[in-house]
Design a protein around this ligand. Structure first.
Ligand SMILES: [Zn+2]
Length: 132
């Protein structure tokens, strides 16, 4: 995938309070592409809502042992899913948000779960919950 622009990266960090979305680290921050693309990548630059801030370690682990957790909390989205329709959990603040361009709008947990069910189905979403 094409890299996020510097301007967009700064907007992403500001939206995410300059912390890793999972562990709240303030060092070694990276752009976590919520929607991975296939081999060969994409020439299209990701939108800010398609990215969240993650430290280097968490970013790598989202592709391995933390994949279920990352999907459950919206830090990753399935390739076919619309990233705008998948809410994001911010554990430090304990809030779910919908990402809109470079801003985030808090929603209730019930709203977030309903959105997750709409995208992935209740059964799949609950499986990720058991794994977390
Ligand atoms: Zn982290």
């Amino acid at each position: 995938m094409a890299a996020i622009s510097q301007v967009d990266r700064q907007q992403m960090y500001a939206r995410d309070v300059h912390r890793c979305i999972r562990c709240s680290a303030e060092q070694l921050l990276t752009c976590q592409h919520r929607a991975a693309v296939g081999m060969g990548g994409s020439k299209v630059q990701p939108r800010v809502l398609e990215c969240v801030t993650a430290c280097l370690e968490c970013n790598m682990r989202f592709e391995s042992d933390l994949q279920g957790e990352a999907l459950r909390f919206g830090w990753k989205v399935r390739r076919w899913a619309n990233a705008a329709a998948v809410p994001v959990f911010y554990p430090l603040e304990g809030i779910w948000c919908v990402l809109i361009n470079d801003t985030r709008r808090p929603i209730t947990e019930a709203e977030a779960v309903a959105m997750m069910h709409a995208v992935y189905g209740q059964e799949q979403y609950e499986k990720w919950g058991l794994a977390a």
